[in-house]
Design a protein around this ligand. Structure first.
Ligand SMILES: *[C@@H]1O[C@H](CO)[C@@H](O)[C@H](O)[C@H]1NC(C)=O
Ligand SMILES: *[C@@H]1O[C@H](CO)[C@@H](O)[C@H](O)[C@H]1NC(C)=O
Ligand SMILES: *[C@@H]1O[C@H](CO)[C@@H](O)[C@H](O)[C@H]1NC(C)=O
Ligand SMILES: *[C@@H]1O[C@H](CO)[C@@H](O)[C@H](O)[C@H]1NC(C)=O
Ligand SMILES: *[C@@H]1O[C@H](CO)[C@@H](O)[C@H](O)[C@H]1NC(C)=O
Ligand SMILES: *[C@@H]1O[C@H](CO)[C@@H](O)[C@H](O)[C@H]1NC(C)=O
Ligand SMILES: *[C@@H]1O[C@H](CO)[C@@H](O)[C@H](O)[C@H]1NC(C)=O
Ligand SMILES: *[C@@H]1O[C@H](CO)[C@@H](O)[C@H](O)[C@H]1NC(C)=O
Length: 903
């Protein structure tokens, strides 16, 4: 009987093979690590060498399996300890699950007989440790919720040299393993078991499993098994099982006769307790419908479960913190059975660092001119060299003995820094661009050539240690340092400072080191000193008022007498007084003053805003500084309400900036501001509502929301946006530089008219004939003018550059930066320019291919290319861009009209 079934089963395998071989799965990637040739394996799966996906490591071959029928198996090993050892694997479909299978073989390929131990990471997650002493070869499988286009898979050696033999990527069915993931993408699964219950003839995989999961025989676990000859495909409805287990797997089952319990004991070789996801598959292949309880580690997880004849179903369980696993099916009626089971360890995926942080660090790496090996995420799986993290926040950066020359604006983007050490980095000039680092506690700028304190230090409200020793600081120590209440060590040794130290620094908990300056102390003025040459070199080296107050100061006091003291008390109070007045005079009055001048816009109360937005019910987007809600004014007019969450000074400045700019301008291609609310720390802007969404949404958004943009529509949008920018640059005495031109800041109304929005970063050039304004670099990666980035000199041409990038997006239908495809294509500008300059239009968006007039496209693409010239002087003005776009637009219109006539 059994024998007969088995024969039949083999026939079944055969037929299934041919059926599935015809529907070969897309998306398989099979790499022979260290291989040099392509080949197709016995399952008809093509294998390729790994060279396109890894840039480090050496290759060799191992003899495997050992013995007579052995073959030479290629492997890649990573001997160079200084380099990152990573594969970069392309994910074709970022909305599906991917199975990643890795195989490691040592087999003494190097003759050293030292099996390596190393950990591997996928993305930000360290997933497991490979110990080739325990098993050789070693196979691991992971199920990863693909949400990125490139997946870094890296090795971190513990003992010896990491080595890998093969890598496979397999897309998995949609919605599979949903019980583990739910909506979360913050976890991945590591396979512990995938068992084809009741099967004893080795493993099944592709083509029987179209997803190429490997289902192992279960003979090791329990003695009884049955199989069925029913054609599950036609008799069973398994559409309710998203995991889509292959029918041959469901065709066999483990059954236990009579009143016994069916037990699977599954060792978890894990030193620590872990969380596990368990899936059990059942198919009613018996002539009866058995009923049983399911127990995991002795606990009932499902009671009175019935497998009905002709029906297939699955059960899944999440079990927390276990280090052993036994699954028991406890008989209630007939014989308990199970057809397949899978056990996965659930692993967390650490959050990535913010993209601002990552790009800032990359710019910093570039500016050192060194390859610091900074790639992928700075914090996880292991922090980059020179960096420390707390969670996904970069909290410490220590760069030294490199050549930075200035503190570039990018340092100001590392908002989570608590420690910044830039000693011996050739810094010169003033301390700058650090004012936004509100969490900074320790700043070491020693051994540089800094000449001026600048004005940023006073903003570092959490600073505790400030080391400026061995610089070229000149002049006096700024009074404002005294406002840094947490400061407890200030090292000013070996500079060229002089004059009295501000009394505000004279406090118990603050240690000041001041030796090696021209003359620097609390109690002397330089005139006093020059009159008394014996005091020329200050004796105060380490000045800890608490300890030395009585001895040291008393001596000096005695020597100098009371007059000086009185003088100081007076100066001090005057300084304090002016300081207070000054701070009163800076920020607040400016905003109040300006507010009264914003007469063209309505001022809303917070209550009105709440009514208007129906208590912030319907969010429609998320901008650079906050959430946007749809609202309805009393007269029925729809509005977009932007609630800003950046409540810092920088945020407040950009809010005031935007309100004051917007209230001055009105143009059909610029979004109109209806009003604002600036009450109890709320920063809310009310704009006209544009129902067509942003250009970016329409180019890249979800299908349901976007319109198809034909070439003529794209040109119209470009013309509109260029008109808006032209008005900003050249309109009535304006000279406003937008600074954040990008496709998500171009909105469409219901009639597809385009308007430019988001003026939070815009800058008005107040002197009409200034050639540029110097400013901290702000903007969006991918759109940022490289020349502005380097020089920090902002001109209208920077907007032209960003707009050129938008034009390229319209032409090519892709985002400015991607990480898919070959590295040459990551950057839209670098990728597209050579093609377009050569009128090679094969890179034009597929959606508009065949519908455009070549001359129209030629004009548009040439002006786009000229706009993104690296040299700003060679870029056209926005007026010139506008003129060319209008031409391209009318050519395309004429073309459409004539082709209408032809049809
Ligand atoms: C690895 O390759 C590099 C150059 O390709 C070579 O210099 C080095 O000796 C190799 N290391 C080993 C252990 O084979
Ligand atoms: C590696 O495996 C061997 C053999 O199982 C074991 O003795 C050794 O302790 C393991 N090493 C590590 C670091 O886990
Ligand atoms: C990507 O995967 C999703 C979910 O599995 C599927 O619906 C979609 O068709 C796939 N897209 C492509 C291009 O394969
Ligand atoms: C299979 O079952 C699902 C519900 O579980 C049902 O929607 C579907 O129509 C069934 N298909 C067939 C072919 O019976
Ligand atoms: C199964 O696990 C439970 C809980 O760990 C334990 O009490 C029980 O003895 C185990 N059963 C067997 C047969 O190992
Ligand atoms: C078990 O389920 C069957 C049918 O589903 C039901 O008739 C029976 O009462 C249940 N028994 C218990 C103990 O819940
Ligand atoms: C400073 O860095 C340079 C390399 O840029 C190095 O040669 C020099 O020794 C360093 N000086 C100190 C004091 O560390
Ligand atoms: C700053 O760096 C210098 C040079 O390495 C070091 O001597 C000094 O101790 C550091 N300062 C602090 C406060 O750690």
């Amino acid at each position: 009987m059994e024998h007969h079934n088995f024969k039949w089963f083999k026939w079944f395998l055969f037929s299934a093979f041919f059926r599935l071989a015809l529907s070969y799965q897309d998306g398989f990637l099979s790499l022979t690590c260290g291989g040099t040739t392509n080949y197709v394996d016995s399952s008809n799966i093509p294998w390729t060498p790994d060279t396109n996906y890894v840039s480090t490591g050496n290759i060799t071959t191992v003899t495997f399996p050992e013995g007579t029928s052995s073959t030479q198996l290629p492997v890649r090993f990573f001997p160079d300890s200084s380099k990152r050892k990573c594969y970069r694997l392309p994910i074709q479909n970022t909305s599906s699950l991917v199975l990643i299978r890795t195989k490691f073989v040592y087999k003494n390929y190097d003759g050293l007989k030292t099996q390596p131990i190393f950990s591997i990471s996928i993305g930000t997650a360290t997933v497991t440790t490979i110990n080739l002493t325990s098993f050789d070869p070693w196979i691991e499988e992971f199920v990863w919720p693909a949400n990125k286009e490139v997946l870094p898979l890296c090795f971190h050696s513990i003992v010896g040299v990491p080595v890998i033999s093969s890598l496979e990527l397999r897309p998995l069915p949609e919605g599979a393993y949903g019980g583990a993931f739910g909506d979360s993408v913050g976890m991945l699964l590591r396979k512990s078991y995938r068992i084809n219950c009741g099967y004893s003839d080795g493993s099944l995989r592709y083509p029987l499993d179209e997803y190429d999961r490997i289902w192992d025989a279960d003979e090791d676990f329990s003695p009884y098994h049955v199989s069925s000859s029913f054609d599950i495909q036609s008799n069973f409805n398994i559409s309710n099982i998203k995991e889509n287990p292959p029918t041959p797997v469901l065709q066999t089952a483990r059954v236990l006769a009579r009143q016994n319990n069916l037990i699977y004991k599954l060792p978890l070789n894990n030193n620590n307790r872990g969380d596990y996801y368990i899936v059990l598959y059942f198919a009613g292949i018996l002539p009866v419908s058995p009923t049983f309880d399911v127990l995991i580690n002795g606990e009932v997880v499902q009671s009175n479960y019935t497998v009905s004849r002709w029906e297939a179903d699955m059960l899944y369980f999440n079990v927390k913190r276990i280090d052993q696993l036994n699954i028991t099916l406890k008989t209630i009626k007939y014989y308990p059975l199970v057809n397949a089971l899978e056990v996965y360890e659930i692993l967390d995926i650490p959050l990535e660092s913010s993209s601002t942080t990552v790009s800032a660090l990359q710019v910093i790496q570039d500016s050192t001119g060194l390859d610091l090996g900074w790639q992928d995420d700075p914090c996880s799986p292991i922090p980059w060299e020179h960096i420390d993290c707390e969670g996904n926040l970069v909290t410490s950066l220590k760069l030294f003995d490199v050549n930075l020359r200035t503190i570039s604006p990018t340092f100001g983007d590392l908002l989570d820094l608590k420690t910044l050490d830039l000693h011996n980095t050739s810094l010169a000039g003033e301390i700058q661009n650090l004012g936004g680092l509100l969490h900074l506690e320790k700043l070491n700028l020693s051994f540089n050539k800094i000449t001026s304190f600048g004005s940023d230090l006073e903003d570092l409200i959490n600073i505790q240690v400030l080391d400026l020793q061995n610089n070229s600081l000149q002049g006096t120590v700024p009074e404002s340092l005294g406002e840094l209440n947490d400061l407890h060590l200030l090292n000013l040794e070996n500079n060229k400072l002089q004059g009295p130290l501000p009394q505000t620094l004279n406090r118990e908990n603050l240690q000041i080191r001041a030796s090696g300056n021209q003359c620097l102390s609390f109690t002397l003025t330089c005139t006093e000193l020059s009159r008394n040459p014996s005091l020329q070199v200050p004796q105060v080296t380490i000045f800890t008022p608490k300890k030395h107050k009585n001895s040291h100061i008393a001596i000096l006091l005695g020597a100098l007498g009371a007059t000086v003291i009185t003088l100081f008390v007076i100066t001090f109070s005057i300084l304090l007084y002016t300081k207070r007045n000054k701070s009163k005079n800076t920020y607040k009055p400016r905003s109040e003053m300006d507010m009264s001048a914003w007469n063209s816009a309505k001022i809303f109360t917070y209550k009105e805003i709440k009514t208007t937005t129906n208590n912030f019910k319907e969010p429609i987007g998320r901008g650079s500084f906050g959430c946007v809600y749809v609202g309805k004014l009393r007269d029925g007019k729809l509005v977009a309400v932007k609630v800003r969450f950046d409540k810092t000074q920088m945020g407040a400045d950009s809010f005031i900036n935007e309100v004051s700019l917007l209230s001055q301008i009105r143009h059909q291609n610029l979004v109109t501001m209806e009003g604002f609310c600036c009450e109890s720390k709320q920063q809310i802007l009310v704009y006209e509502y544009l129902s067509g969404g942003s250009l970016a949404d329409n180019l890249y958004g979800a299908k349901s929301k976007k319109l198809t943009l034909s070439w003529v529509r794209r040109l119209k949008i470009a013309v509109d946006a260029a008109k808006g920018l032209d008005y900003l640059h050249n309109g009535n005495d304006l000279r406003i530089i937008h600074r954040d031109v990008k496709s998500s800041n171009i909105l469409l109304d219901k009639d597809m008219n385009a308007k430019v929005c988001d003026f939070g970063l815009s800058k008005q050039v107040t002197q009409p004939d200034a050639s540029h304004v110097t400013t901290i670099v702000k903007g969006t990666a991918g759109y940022l003018d490289p020349e502005y980035y380097i020089s920090q000199q902002l001109t209208e041409k920077s907007d032209v550059y960003s707009f050129g990038v938008v034009l390229l997006e319209l032409i090519c239908g892709r985002e400015p930066l991607t990480h898919s495809g070959s590295p040459d294509s990551f950057n839209l500008v670098l990728w597209a320019k050579p093609y377009l300059q050569a009128n090679a239009f094969e890179i034009v968006d597929d959606n508009i291919k065949g519908t455009f007039d070549a001359e129209s496209m030629r004009r548009a693409s040439l002006i786009a290319c000229r706009s993104v010239e690296r040299d700003a002087l060679r870029r056209p003005t926005i007026s010139q861009v506008l003129a060319e776009l209008k031409e391209a637009y009318s050519i395309q219109l004429a073309y459409l009209a004539s082709s209408d006539l032809v049809n």
